[in-house]
Design a binder for this molecule. Sequence first.
Ligand SMILES: [Zn+2]
Length: 382
Amino acid sequence: MVRAATLFSFNMKWSIHFVTIAGTQVRVHITFFLLLAFIWFSTRSAHGQEAALWTTVFVLALFLCVLLHEFGHVFAARRYGIRTPEITLLPIGGVAHLERMPRRPAHELVVAIAGPLVNVAIAGLLFLFLRTQPPLGIEEALAITSPTSFLMALMVVNLWLVVFNMIPAFPMDGGRVLRALLAIRLDYGRATAIAATIGQALALVGGLIGFMYFHPLLILVAIFIFLGAGQEASAARLQAATNGLPVSSAMMTRFRTLHRGHTLGDAIDFLLQGSQSDFPVVDETGDLRGMLMRADLVRALAEHGRGHPVTDVMVDCPADQVITPELGLTRALEILHASPCNSVPVLTEDDRRLVGLLTRENIGEMIMINSALNRYRRHQAE
Ligand SMILES: [Zn+2]
């Protein structure tokens, strides 16, 4: 599976950094260890120690195949100059967190299909190897008790991974393939809307079947796909709504600033007086020195009290890029998302003067207003 860092995507907390391969952090979600422990203990109590060992190693091998699948996405994306800071392994599979999705449908198609192709390749290699081995009896083939039956089962699950990932529904790879194919003919937003609707319809049918035959895993997958499709559709709407607009169209121009002499107590007073939650800190000449974020402010207040200077708590946001009023809003959103801050300052290109604040809430409001105006215009035209 592959996912772009979008404005509303959830953070993968509770995951442990395992290794970094080719610039990509491989993180394992802690629930994955719960899954391993569950498999170990349940197999051991039912079939004994040896079976538990075979099964646990098999699950580890399966997740190695999932990891290779994710690296299929990573290396395909790299061909188009897109980095992947992180891969997370969850009990339900892996997610490659790409910096952004490719803009051209043909590129998205290649990136999406590269993952399942890795599993096709693994299954193919295992098939070629197993052909050289003496055939197994039915009973032996069904239980994972020898290296040959182990590899045979691994081949079968790789084929299952291909089928599962190619379900034409977001956030599965098949959903992206479908969207990319539609986007060759239609515009991106329309293609996404159709692909998301198909995905949600499939999820509803799957969920219904899950309830009828009481299949909890199927219900879980259906919910996951239903939410994923909705998230993808809103990300595409966001992109369509910000496309071609400059930062200046969505930035806040009336805001309060703090001076270097201000204390946390002053900042708290400003916070309570208005709706602004994050404050730029400027020096005597009006130059930006840092940003005071609400979360940091509250945390520092508990630690140091009201008299502490704000300059001690402010942070650099965004750290290495400057957002100017002329910058494209879509690009600014990517920067905003990548930064840990909820608000970023907007500075003029030439003399780096502070002219605005860009916040997630403001962008949300701008999109709401634009879509209301569009509805009004359509209404007038009818
Ligand atoms: Zn994938």
